[in-house]
Design a protein around this ligand. Structure first.
Ligand code: SAH
Length: 362
């Protein structure tokens, strides 16, 4: 039996250098290798002509760059694209590209399904299977770049990356950090910290870790200004209530005076969209370097909520603006192909209960 080959996708610069040194090669070979894969999109070892023949042969026998299979691509009338990717174990995840005039945002998934069970989210309804591996997360970027190029986009189509797809990225911390390192690395995608955003439902200890180890833009799915309501909408709140969450956000922001935390707030008709609630939210966030993204609720089959009307959303926004909070309403993109916020579902095999879910629901 041949040894199992090492998948080199998802290894950041340090890990890649260690790996190449373990093969008897030099650190700079690892750096050349990263450029081949992520900058030039080459995954055939044979084509990496500045690596010696012997090294290429060694890689061929011991390593792979194995990616998920693209099961389907859907194109929205607004230009948004959604890919369904099949993983080696048969699970499926989704990745979305959202083109705008001045940027192109890729929304990547971090888990197969999600264990957090937010009451309004399609991913929650799929249940939870497992964390994605670093290779499966970075593959979403590699494949999107490749496929966008194929559809006529330039090499630089992806200017921003948001970890806002399926799953809770801070419950997959160990895989997410090397992936962020690769997104930042000049030998790879070379994006700035401000162009990479991680969205979390509020895993407090991991927010503190991220602040220390890998600070990037942070978005927090708040959705309610009171614990009683947030407990229902985002059950993780029972473990990390609003006060603790906001303290972590404050600690995150103070490390860097330019850093702001984005608070996401899904607008659910008759649930969290009154003017009184806008006032409460404004008070809660006052003094924090915060901005608010209001997200019209995107319909999910089997979920009974409705989105607040445009008028209600505008009034809510105006109230927050009056209180001095920078607030925008996120435009819904890709709704016709179920690619909008909270609509990603994929196909989750082997559902299982997750420690966090047990802890949260206990
Ligand atoms: N687990 C992370 C990453 C998911 S990001 C998090 O909770 O932040 C996806 C964003 O879309 C989150 O803010 C989520 O709360 C929001 N969302 C989920 N379902 C939605 C829906 N049906 N309509 C609009 N937004 C939704």
């Amino acid at each position: 039996m041949p040894l199992e080959r090492t998948n080199l996708l998802g290894m950041d610069r340090e890990a890649m250098q260690r790996y190449f040194v373990s093969l008897g090669a030099r650190e700079f070979h690892a750096r050349q290798f990263l450029q081949w894969v992520y900058q030039r999109g080459i995954t055939e070892f044979a084509q990496m002509t500045n690596l010696s023949k012997a090294l290429r042969a060694r890689l061929l026998s011991e390593a792979t760059l194995e990616m998920p299979r693209v099961a389907s691509e859907q194109l929205s009338s607004d230009g948004t694209r959604k890919w369904l990717l099949q993983l080696a174990d048969g699970n499926h995840i989704e990745t979305v590209f959202i083109p705008e005039d001045d940027r192109g945002t890729l929304c990547v998934s971090s888990q197969v399904g999600c264990a957090l069970n937010c009451s309004f989210c399609a991913t929650a309804r799929q249940g939870y299977s497992r964390n994605l591996e670093a290779s499966e997360i970075i593959s979403q970027v590699w494949l999107a770049q490749y496929l966008l190029h194929d559809s006529g986009y330039t090499e630089r189509a992806i200017t921003n990356i948001v970890l806002m797809g399926m799953g809770e990225p801070l419950l997959n911390y160990e895989a997410v950090v090397p992936v962020i390192n690769l997104m930042l690395d000049d030998l790879s995608y070379g994006l700035s910290r401000r162009r990479i955003t991680l969205s979390t439902a509020g895993v407090v200890p991991a927010i503190d870790r991220l602040a220390k180890e890998c600070p990037i833009s942070l978005a927090v799915s708040l959705h309610a200004a009171r614990d009683a309501l947030r407990d229902q909408l985002v059950p993780l709140n029972r473990k990390y209530p609003i006060k603790q969450l906001l303290s972590a956000c404050r600690r995150y922001a103070v490390k860097d005076s330019r850093r702001q935390v984005t608070f996401e707030y899904v607008m659910l008709a008759g649930v969290n969209d009154s003017i009184a609630e806008a006032k409460e939210l404004g008070q809660l966030l006052s003094g924090l370097p915060a901005k608010v993204n209001l997200i019209p609720f995107n319909p999910v089959p089997g979920i009974g909520y409705r989105s607040s009307s445009t008028e209600v959303i505008d009034r809510f926004r105006d109230q927050l603006l009056t209180q001095g909070l920078m607030t925008i309403t996120r435009r819904t993109r890709g709704g016709d192909i179920a690619a909008a916020c909270g609509q990603l579902a994929g196909v989750v095999k082997q559902r299982r209960r997750h420690k966090t879910q047990l802890a949260v629901n206990a």
